[in-house]
Design a binder for this molecule. Structure first.
Ligand SMILES: [Zn+2]
Length: 176
């Protein structure tokens, strides 16, 4: 964490920029996968919450698992999201309903690595480069409130940008 949903802010921004080449669902799947360990450790009352999964090495394994399992799960969920001509924006967002392997892999890796990066700015128990180094040079580089604000801002700007791209593309199609 930062509280898992905050990670979706940068995800929305990535979706707005990369469009069909990025799966927000697989990205979200990797975020949930990343925070299983801290959640379990929190329930157990461990002193260290962010262990192996919050290193770049651990995140690599989470990303691979998210790409493989997440792609199947997200594709299954997409099959329950029918295209509806009355909802053009959601149709556009849904895309073809298929998530290609390159898109699944890229989205999962962006998800897991950005998660470690953002978390390493705020969690003193993290060693992102373990087992190579115990150091975390990014810790407290920016205030935690600003980090959360930036995540929310990225989400809002991402959502606005997505709407803007949708309307520009649609108008281009109408007036062609
Ligand atoms: Zn986390």
């Amino acid at each position: 964490m930062p509280f898992t949903p905050f990670h979706m802010g940068p995800g929305l921004a990535a979706k707005a920029i990369a469009g069909r080449h990025f799966s927000l669902m697989v990205f979200g799947f990797s975020q949930a996968g990343m925070d299983i360990e801290p959640l379990v450790r929190m329930i157990r009352g461990d002193a260290v919450l962010h262990g192996f999964t919050h290193t770049y090495l651990g995140a690599t394994l989470i990303a691979l698992a998210s790409a493989v399992v997440g792609r199947s799960v997200c594709q299954y969920l997409l099959s329950y999201w029918p295209s509806d001509s009355r909802l053009p924006f959601f149709n556009w967002l849904r895309g073809t309903g298929l998530i290609s392997w390159p898109v699944a892999i890229m989205s999962a890796f962006i998800g897991a690595y950005s998660h470690v990066f953002l978390d390493s700015l705020m969690h003193a128990d993290m060693q992102p480069f373990a087992p190579l180094s115990e150091a975390n040079g990014l810790l407290y580089m920016i205030p935690i409130e600003s980090l959360h604000l930036l995540c929310v801002l990225a989400g809002v700007l991402g959502a606005l940008l997505m709407l803007a791209v949708f309307f520009v593309r649609r108008n281009a199609r109408i007036y062609r």
